[in-house]
Design a protein around this ligand. Structure first.
Ligand code: IPM
Ligand code: MG
Length: 360
């Protein structure tokens, strides 16, 4: 088959890690008889520099017309880059929010897996880690606080800022369905996370999630308050299978989840909607401090490409073979600097990409 992939290298380490992911995809193409066509799309800081906005209409159209989107990372150093002197809607991150909304990608899946080979990098105690953990955070991505009306005013010399958190039941229902669908393919457990002891939006979230649960009698649904969830993630992460939550809670909890794996450079993510078109990106940021130095870990982006094969193209065995290649390379002791430990072999971005490609 022939697949058209919109590729967004973005800023910082984005271009380097995307180059490695493309190498791996091309090897998959050779081995399994697929061809991947890449169309480069500008987004983030590079788009601001070239066009004045973080995502142009044409760029969004190109993404819409593709079979899937692969993204490196966007953004720069907040204290240093001129991008952050611009009004908020013209900054690099606004491009990311706009493409998620523009493609209606309301479901963000962020796996948190503790790799056996990387147990040493996990900051939790051995008795907490046990035989490891493997869960996903299912984050609502196009609603809630990040998309509600906001404004800043000044009255009688007092500055005041307002953000609004809105969810309607349709938005909750569709993300909950995704959560239960994913749970059906995994451990059949959904933990819905909210702040129902305070927020109306959370109380509706809880009710609607319970209603959707009736469609999935095989899945066990539990509710957890977000503050407790933040604690449980470091106390007993093995209890989780699918954490289902709204946009901001998911943003925060998914960073915590990635940290406890000890290797944010390893974690992929997928943003999906009602169609097969998805956006796949590493869970980490653009790491401007190490950009262009051949130091970045390309594995999260390579694993994001694997998720793309699985969720957008239904290429299950091709996705498996990328994941197996990553594990094999780790097993042989190769590490980028972020996951380096004693007696392992330090390699750069390019070498890591080549090694994984060679395993496929
Ligand atoms: C993420 C990021 C973004 C978000 C930022 C850059 C807008 O933190 O993907 O988690 O909050 O969604
Ligand atoms: Mg985040």
């Amino acid at each position: 088959m022939n697949y058209n992939i919109a590729v967004i290298p973005g800023d910082g380490i984005g271009p380097e890690i995307i180059t490695e992911a493309k190498k791996v995809l091309d090897r998959i193409g050779e081995n399994y008889g697929h061809s991947f066509q890449y169309t480069e799309v500008l987004m983030g800081g590079v788009s601001i520099d070239a066009t004045g906005v973080p995502l142009t209409e044409e760029a969004l159209e190109t993404a819409k017309n593709s079979d899937s989107v692969l993204l490196g990372a966007v953004g720069g150093n907040v204290g240093q880059s001129n991008w952050y002197n611009l009004p908020p809607h013209l900054r690099p991150e606004a491009g990311l929010l706009a493409i998620r909304k523009g493609l209606n990608l309301f479901a963000n899946i962020r796996p948190a897996v503790l790799y056996d080979e990387l147990k040493g990098a996990c900051p939790l105690k051995d008795e907490i880690i046990g035989d490891g953990f493997d869960f996903v955070v299912m984050r609502e991505l196009t609603g809630g606080l990040y998309f509600g009306a906001r404004h800043t005013t000044e009255e009688n010399g007092v500055r005041k800022a307002t953000d609004t958190l809105v969810y309607d039941e349709k938005e909750i229902k569709r993300i909950a369905r995704w959560g239960f669908e994913i749970a059906m393919k995994r451990g059949k457990k959904v933990c819905s996370v909210d702040k129902a002891n305070v927020l109306d939006s959370s109380r509706l979230w809880r009710q609607v999630t319970k209603e959707v649960a009736k469609e999935y009698p095989e899945v066990e649904l539990t509710d957890m308050l977000v503050d407790n969830c933040a604690m449980q993630l470091v106390k007993n992460p093995r209890q989780f299978d699918v954490i289902l939550t709204e946009n901001m809670f998911g943003d925060i909890l998914s960073d915590e989840a990635s940290m406890i794996t000890g290797s944010i450079g390893m974690l992929a993510s997928a943003s999906l909607g009602d169609t097969k078109l998805g956006l796949y990106e590493p869970s980490h940021g653009s790491a401007p401090d190490i950009a262009g130095q051949n130091k970045a870990n390309p594995i999260a982006t390579i694993l994001s490409a694997a998720m793309m094969l699985r969720y957008s193209f239904d290429l299950e065995k091709e996705a498996d073979s990328i994941e197996a290649a990553v594990k094999a390379v780790l097993k042989k002791g190769y590490r980028t600097v972020d996951i380096m430990s004693e007696s392992m072999k330090l390699v750069g971005t390019r070498e890591m990409g080549e090694l994984i490609k060679a395993e496929i």
